[in-house]
Design a protein around this ligand. Structure first.
Ligand code: RM4
Ligand code: MN
Length: 397
């Protein structure tokens, strides 16, 4: 078993105290599947109210001081005012997510579309997103493209890559100092025959061609079943190109369930690679730093508690990863002690880290159980009585 001496516990707690997790604005709005969006009472009606809800998660967890926005879902007239509003609530606006997948024009793709006019429109949106980053003080632009084809021969696979590279170059060159581009990949959907950025290799090739401030983002839901995600994480860290995570859980495809819900062991294994690479604590500016973001939807469960639970799950996986006895593990690995090495990892995974986290929260002036504290706060009842007519976050079935 890992030796939970006071010194070890304190050093793990120090790391956890500084480990930041970013919340997605879209987690707070109504969401669902293509079959049905189930509306919930009290959901935010605009980006300002989403920031209010994100601030609640931060208030009870103490580790989520930023909220990612999705444009145009979070379109406002004055982004600087949104940033000020977030700040007044104790958080800030984080990653700006572009959306070039919900306009009629994008039926055959956005930046890879065969029509140059449509490519131009998509590029203009991406550049607008950089303007928004300037106004909100955001570091990262996150790009996910729904681009691809449904039928062999529908379009030229290689030519689409050229179009993609051209658009990415224009956006990259527009980034200000200290701003980064995070390029996401997803194996399939909505395109079923070919996807223009289906995997980490494709994303990495584009990032490397662009420059050091283009980095890959790993959405844990965007892989085929059985894929060893921690291997990808290790490779990207090794290449210095892991820009961030979109954490969520999947059982089948891009399920967007709460992080750590479907496979907490996988989350632990991922965090173990991060911890080994000393990549846990992110720099606020500059090129370095892994962004730990949630990308989730709460379709049937209440949203703010769902986010709090997800943050707790990420913290628990991280705490366990920090508890791995690195020396014992290395010694076992070097001596070819297969079971000893595996045992060192499993000992950490099987440790109950909830008391350690509860103690840390107490030290931070928070309730030991953020989930229960939020439920007892009355905020959920308040927004239910005050807010009427919250609209779907974006998928809007
Ligand atoms: C995409 C991708 C993006 C997210 C949208 C909502 O599948 O994961 O990161 O912004 O969904
Ligand atoms: Mn994502």
């Amino acid at each position: 078993m890992p030796d939970l001496t006071a010194v070890k516990t304190a050093s793990v707690q120090t790391m956890l105290r500084n480990h930041r997790i970013e919340l997605p604005s879209w987690a707070f709005g109504n969401s669902g599947t293509r079959f049905k969006v189930f509306g919930q009472p009290g959901v935010p009606r605009n980006a300002f109210e989403k920031a209010d809800d994100a601030a609640q998660v931060h208030k009870y967890t103490g580790v989520t001081p930023s909220m990612a926005v999705h444009i145009p879902w979070d379109k406002v007239d004055d982004y600087a005012a949104l940033a000020v509003h977030a700040k007044n609530n104790g958080i800030r606006i984080g990653t700006v997510n572009a959306n070039v997948f919900q306009d009629e024009d994008y039926k055959l793709g956005s930046v890879c579309n065969p029509d140059p006019k449509i490519r131009g429109k998509a590029l203009a949106h991406l550049l607008d997103c950089v303007d928004i980053m300037d106004a909100t003080g955001s570091r990262d632009l996150k790009l996910w493209f729904a681009d691809g084809t449904n039928y062999p021969g529908q379009d030229d696979i290689a030519a689409r890559q050229d179009r993609l590279a051209e658009a990415l170059r224009a956006v990259y060159d527009r980034l200000g100092p200290g701003q980064r581009m995070l390029l996401e990949y997803k194996l399939f959907e909505p395109s079923f025959y070919s996807t223009d950025i289906p995997d980490w290799g494709t994303s990495l090739v584009h990032c490397q061609a662009l420059g050091p401030r283009a980095m890959v983002v790993v959405d844990t839901g965007h892989h085929a079943p059985g894929v060893n995600i921690e291997f990808i994480v290790a490779m990207l860290l090794r290449a210095g190109r892991l820009g961030g995570f979109d954490f969520n859980s999947r059982f089948y495809a891009d399920d967007d369930l709460m992080a750590g819900a479907a496979d907490p062991f996988q989350l632990f294994r991922i965090m173990h690679e991060v911890v080994k690479a000393n990549a846990l604590i992110t720099a606020r500016s500059g090129d370095a730093g892994v962004a730990f973001m949630l990308d989730q939807c709460h379709n049937i469960e209440p949203k703010i508690p769902g986010q709090i639970r997800s943050v707790m799950n990420v913290q628990e996986a991280t705490a366990k990863a920090l508890l791995v006895d690195a020396e014992a593990l290395r010694a076992a690995q070097r001596s070819g002690d297969v079971l000893g090495a595996n045992g060192a990892l499993m000992d950490a995974y099987n440790t109950d880290v909830r008391p350690l986290l509860a103690e840390l929260r107490e030290e931070m002036g928070l309730a030991r159980d953020p989930y229960a504290a939020y439920l007892a706060s009355g905020y959920g009842e308040k927004i239910m009585s005050e807010r009427h007519g919250g609209s779907p976050a974006g998928w809007g079935a």
